[in-house]
Ligand binder design. Structure first.
Ligand code: GAL
Length: 684
């Protein structure tokens, strides 16, 4: 078993179920009522503390933990565990007023005011002192408390202060550069500062990328992103150190943001004991149900397949979109089942009881303003009860034979604007490829570009869309993967630059030219409404349509050893290769030079997988999702119906058992609209 896979649920002994609790808003009678309702709902884990700094530290040097003592004591008395958050995401007003240097600075040089939350500069030594002090006191007081199940340090780092541009950050950036490059010459060289005459002769000539007249150096911007991701980690690591020392054995996490690019969550995941995420897909009708599985695949992949926790999801609506749809009856359960199917071992909600005041008063909660006699509360209670049965899956894993390369740094660098095209949206493209597989129930894991091990063993198919940066070592790993028989596909805007954002000379795909057997002479990007087309000329990919439109980008490909699978149908490069295949070693390396329509892409990826011997988890009618978790001894098939109608789904075998109900299922199941089931797979 990999070192990442630890049983972080052992203290609770169940799949985590609960939510964020902000009891400072309520009186004691309400707390008592909450305890009863929590038990009724089957809640076993409550997060407290996230926004409470001022409550326990109302003035400089003054601490009062009586409120936390009471709440933690009450939870403990009621058999509910605590996910204890350090409150360091929200420094108290007294601190920001007295020490304004803890407030971050915007790219225009102006300092943010306090008055919201998460408004702090990660480089402030003063803030770090306060952070360490409060964490130390909390860990000393509660680190060995029997109710403590997990540490939740800070909250969603960098969500609102994406980057700080203050002088302290600038100074830290220089230190970070010294550490990384060793000399100023090396920095100048890596960034190519000679272009536009930006060579720095002294370290203090390097400033943060504050607003300036025209485009900034892209390699510097990339380093500033890397620096920011690392810099937020500095304070986090201090908190981790204190908690590990004073609270040995209690697993530590912080919650990541769903669909967020500002931190390299792969690298962050190597610090946390388990990955936790705030997951808020839009329940508006028509939104793709695959958005969450894509995020789940990231969260799972961050820790090499280990189970993760949904630390926040909404019981019903959120309040922060332009318009906020509700989760219709059944959706909360279905999405919770979906999370479990994709590897979650915890389902928690923001928040337990809806706020009466403040910015989130119209965000849903488990207990709403009108109390607990509600559809939402009943659905929560029903799921709580069902989870007792579903607990058998805890600790099991999702195993796939297809992997996709995801790279936070390529996300940052490929979207440099103005780039070749502003239509390149990294995450949207990756999601498109993921969904093209997901819609066919072809399970896919994510592997990460900034993982130095970049382990491809165990996979038969590797998809690498927009693999813009080829990090050191990746080309060798991919070459070996193809040589030993793997199927590899990469696309437009891939293998363009090295880790310093320097373009590979000799043409894209740089170091992978031999593997792909082709190179790119020119590329053009297409206006939003413009289209070209491709036409297949090989029967190699049987099952892929003969012709189809293409958009966004067109690579004009020259062949070395590769064969042409499809050619462009328009523009001056009509007839030039757009899609190629190179047989290399025992394997196959495909290059797709343009953006295809979804259905076309589905055919391409589906055929590639089929030819590589990778089958769907289950052959199903449209809108039915299937995913498997396994613990080596037993496996469970999760089936979800995303259709508004009832659908019958054929099962390949007899002898399945619905683990929620204990019912046997043979050969076919009838899936209710928005239904979800977890079936134990017969052992034969
Ligand atoms: C999360 C945050 C919570 C709450 C929630 C609302 O990002 O951690 O405190 O604001 O969003 O959806």
């Amino acid at each position: 078993m990999k070192k990442d896979i630890i049983d972080f649920t052992s203290r609770v002994g169940q799949i985590f179920y609960g939510g964020d609790y902000n009891p400072d808003q309520w009186d004691e009678a309400t707390w008592q009522e909450d305890m009863e309702l929590m038990k009724q709902a089957g809640v076993n884990l409550i997060t407290i503390g996230t926004w409470n700094w001022v409550r326990i530290n109302p003035r400089e040097g003054e601490y009062d933990f009586s409120f936390w003592d009471t709440i933690i004591g009450m939870l403990h008395d009621n058999g509910i565990y605590v996910d204890l958050s350090t409150p360091t995401a929200s420094p108290p007003p007294w601190m920001s007023k007295k020490y304004p240097e803890i407030l971050p600075v915007m790219s225009n040089g102006q300092r943010w005011a306090y008055g919201s939350r998460q408004t702090f500069c990660p480089s402030s030594p003063r803030l770090l002192d306060f952070t360490k002090d409060v964490t130390q006191r909390i860990a000393e007081r509660y680190g060995k408390h029997p109710a403590l199940a997990a540490w939740h340090l800070n909250n969603e780092y960098s969500q609102f202060v994406v980057q700080c541009y203050c002088e302290l950050c600038e100074q830290r950036f220089r230190e970070w550069l010294k550490e990384k490059y060793g000399s100023l010459e090396a920095v100048n060289q890596a960034w190519g500062t000679e272009f536009w005459g930006n060579t720095c002769g002294e370290w203090d000539e390097i400033i943060s990328p504050r607003d300036t007249a025209h485009q900034q150096n892209p390699a510097k911007l990339l380093d500033y992103k890397r620096f920011t991701s690392d810099n937020y980690m500095v304070n986090y690591l201090e908190e981790v150190k204190i908690c590990r020392e004073l609270s040995p054995g209690v697993p530590i996490t912080t919650n990541f943001l769903y669909e967020y690019d500002n931190l390299d969550y792969y690298r962050w995941s190597q610090i946390v004991d388990f990955v936790a995420v705030s997951s808020f897909p839009d329940p508006a009708p028509g939104e793709s149900r695959g958005i969450a599985p894509f995020s789940h695949a990231k969260m799972r992949g961050h820790k090499h397949g280990a189970p993760f926790v949904i630390l926040e999801q909404a019981a019903n609506n959120v309040n922060w979109r332009e318009t906020n749809s509700n989760k219709a009856p059944g959706i909360m359960r279905q999405w919770s089942m979906q999370s479990l199917g994709h590897g979650a071992d915890g389902l928690c909600f923001f928040q337990w009881r809806a706020s009466r005041s403040g910015a989130e008063k119209f965000h849903s909660a488990i207990v709403s303003h009108c109390g607990a006699d509600t559809r939402v509360f009943r659905e929560i209670c029903a799921l709580g009860e069902e989870l007792e049965k579903l607990d058998v899956i805890r600790g099991s894993l999702v195993k796939n034979r297809v992997a996709m390369v995801f790279d936070y740094e390529s996300w940052w660098a490929a979207e440099y604007k103005p780039g070749p095209t502003e239509l390149l949206e990294y995450n949207e493209q990756l999601k498109k490829y993921y969904l093209a597989l997901w819609e066919q129930n072809l399970g896919c894991d994510l592997v990460f570009g900034t993982d130095p091990e970049f382990d491809l063993s165990g996979y038969d198919v590797l998809i690498a869309p927009i693999m813009y940066i080829l990090h050191p070592g990746m080309a060798e790993k991919i070459r070996a993967f193809v040589e030993r028989g793997g199927t590899f596909l990469t696309t437009w805007s891939s293998c363009m630059v090295d880790e310093d954002d320097r373009v590979f000379l000799g043409g894209t795909p740089g170091p992978l030219r031999d593997v792909l057997g082709m190179w790119i002479e020119e590329f053009e990007t297409l206006f939003p409404e413009a289209e070209n087309g491709i036409k297949m000329e090989s029967s190699d990919l049987a099952g892929v349509r003969d012709e189809g439109p293409c958009k966004i980008w067109a690579d004009i490909i020259r062949l070395d050893n590769a064969e042409c699978l499809a050619r462009y149908t328009g523009r001056y490069y009509q007839g030039e290769p757009a899609f190629t295949l190179n047989k290399f070693g025992q394997g196959k390396a495909y290059y797709l030079g343009t953006d295809l329509e979804m259905d076309h892409l589905k055919e391409v990826l589906g055929t590639l997988c089929r030819e590589a011997g990778v089958k769907p988890v289950l052959e199903t009618p449209a809108g039915i999702e299937a995913v498997i978790r396994t613990n080596g001894e037993k496996s469970w098939l999760f089936v979800l119906n995303h259709n508004e109608e009832e659908v019958n789904v054929a099962l390949p075998d007899k002898g399945y058992t619905n683990i929620s109900t204990g019912e046997a299922c043979d050969k076919e199941i009838t899936m209710a609209p928005f239904g979800a089931v977890a079936l134990e797979i017969p052992n034969n």
